[in-house]
Write a protein that binds this ligand. Structure first.
Ligand SMILES: [Zn+2]
Length: 569
């Protein structure tokens, strides 16, 4: 038995041993539990190898090779899975999402998205959808909506409190923008939150007021929590239902590891883990608590469910909500202020202090920064913190990294920072970035994947679900094609190859999580986490990549999703 066993001691005195080979070679001692043969295996190993077949035992890959050789390993007890020419890849690693937010939204919130994600095309549609929900909700009960996008509404503006009052004055209503950074409340919800025209803006946010009358418009920038915190928590049962929904959705799109970008593991997630509901692996970044009481970074959990090592912070907002923090003004004038360039959540100095403290406590750090000025603050903070307490191989992240400039990529390379790009923006908001928020030049440079690749910067790509649906192949398609909703190509120079895009949802995403020794490629000794695709993304027409069918998703050698329309197994 050559597979190395790695024992990780976890918090609270318990210890979980998980076998995770670093350099494993195949063991002949026991027959595989399963062999997957007759596939195109894109291994994502350092040599870029392909193979035909894989053998699995005890949840780990034992051998990768030709179908003929792997078949020879099978004993009578071995399950032989003939993949009939399909493509086997390492399971997709969601590098940044808000699991199980897509389940919560789908089950407990009105879908206010515009096509293709939902039916809403105007403010009147928003009102009608909320009104329908109000009709079936007891008076006084909260109504939630999510996913509206003012740029896709006929009126080209946010709904107002008055619009929402047309849906109901007897229910508090709270709706969230597609970016998650803006929200609108109706009169009753604002009243419950004690928000009035006299309410001052909270730190790092804006309570929008009508410039003429000073009255609240209902729009809350980066401060939805002022109202959102009043909404009753979902019951335990509802939370479990949301988790089940999200597991099914993620699994059916090939995800074998979900990463929670902030907030740590909720009690509901731990319950789901114990109950076996979480069939995919979950890595949770913590939120930022009280700095003065910051515990040292410490692994809490095991290979299925873990947290404790990474802290996620948010430094600016969303470009498509005009709250991303830019070095130069927005392309179109916002709030009648031609110099307006968004704002950060806190000052550069405050950020530097936080990052230093997190570094001293040993954390991996991930900071949301969309605008280039916010990205600059993060780079400065990382540089200062590394001077303060030098650290090798930190893999500190910038989340979304949307407006990263070329000179900033130089600094990112120099400091060993790793961006997680939200490249699907090129599709979902690419036209608006070009025409409304950034203008043609800056717009073409969002998600500068090719520039990062040229410098040898390792990065992941993500979907930020429930901001956009969890569809890793959509993110790969966006990275390869950069096609906008209107069918134009945004920034053709920044397109990357399909293999590089696949790295960003497999091995490089695993590397970002310091888990590349365990997963992200199909190599002996790693977890048997796979996705089976009906077609090979390296050889299909690149515009077809997002439509490739996922036929199986496998975690630790167990199928957690299988397409039952036939074809496999
Ligand atoms: Zn996010």
């Amino acid at each position: 038995m050559n597979i190395k066993t790695l024992v990780l001691v976890v918090a609270a005195g318990s210890s979980v041993a998980f076998t995770a080979a670093c350099t494993g070679t195949q063991t002949q001692a026991a027959a595989p539990d399963a062999v997957y043969v007759n596939a195109t295996v894109i291994t994502m190993d350092p040599a870029g190898s392909t193979a035909e077949a894989v053998a699995v035992r005890d949840g780990l890959i034992t051998t990768v090779g030709s179908s003929a050789d792997i078949r020879k390993l099978a004993a009578a007890t071995t399950r032989v899975v003939d993949l009939r020419g399909q493509t086997l890849l390492p399971g997709f690693i969601d590098a940044h999402s808000h699991f199980p937010g897509s389940g919560t939204a789908a089950l407990y919130s009105v879908n206010l998205s515009s096509p293709p994600l939902g039916p809403i095309e105007s403010v009147d549609d928003v009102v009608a959808a909320l009104k329908a929900k109000a009709a079936e909700t007891p008076k006084g009960g909260w109504i939630r909506g999510n996913g509206y996008d003012q740029t896709l509404l006929k009126e080209g503006r946010h709904p107002t409190r008055q619009d929402l009052d047309r849906a109901s004055t007897e229910h508090p209503i709270f709706i969230t923008h597609a970016s998650g950074h803006l929200s609108v409340a109706n009169g009753m919800a604002l009243k419950l939150a004690n928000l009035t025209k006299a309410s001052p803006n909270p730190k790092g946010g804006v309570i929008q007021k009508d410039p003429k009358t000073g009255e609240l418009t209902g729009l809350l920038e980066e401060s939805g929590n002022l109202v959102g915190r009043l909404i009753p928590r979902l019951t335990d049962e509802q939370q479990q239902e949301a988790i089940k929904w999200a597991v099914t959705d993620y699994a059916s799109h090939g995800v074998t590891t979900a990463t929670l970008a902030g907030g740590g593991l909720s009690p509901a997630m731990r319950t789901a883990g114990k109950a076996g509901v979480l069939t995919l692996r979950v890595v949770a970044m913590g939120g930022l608590g009280d700095l003065s009481a910051l515990p040292p970074a410490r692994l809490d959990g095991d290979e299925m469910l873990k947290t404790g090592l990474t802290v996620k912070m948010v430094h600016d907002g969303s470009i498509q909500g005009f709250t991303g923090y830019l070095s130069k003004p927005y392309h179109t004038v916002y709030n009648n202020d031609p110099a307006y360039r968004g704002y950060p959540r806190e000052s550069r100095e405050e950020l530097v202090d936080r990052v230093k403290a997190l570094n001293r406590a040993g954390y991996q750090i991930a900071i949301h920064a969309n605008g280039d000025e916010a990205i600059e603050d993060v780079i400065v903070a990382y540089r200062e913190a590394l001077k303060d307490t030098p650290r090798q191989d930190h893999r500190w992240r910038i989340e979304h990294a949307q407006m990263t400039r070329e000179d900033q990529l130089d600094a990112i390379k120099e400091l060993g920072i790793s961006p997680s790009f939200f490249v699907s923006h090129t599709y979902y908001w690419g036209d608006q970035h070009r025409d409304i928020f950034q203008g043609p030049e800056r717009g073409a440079h969002i998600s500068a994947l090719a520039s990062a690749r040229k410098r040898g910067i390792r990065f992941s790509i993500h979907l930020d679900s429930n901001v956009t649906p969890m569809r890793p192949l959509q993110a790969v398609w966006s990275a390869v094609n950069r096609i906008t909703r209107s069918g134009k190509v945004l920034g053709p120079d920044q397109r990357i190859s399909a293999i590089d895009a696949l790295r960003a949802v497999t091995i490089d995403a695993a590397w970002q999580e310091h888990d590349d020794r365990l997963k992200g490629s199909i190599e002996a000794g790693k977890f048997a986490d796979f996705v089976v695709l009906a077609e090979n993304p390296l050889t299909v027409d690149p515009v077809h990549i997002k439509d490739i069918k996922i036929t199986q998703t496998i975690v630790g050698g167990k199928a957690i999703y299988a397409d039952d329309s036939g074809g496999t197994n």
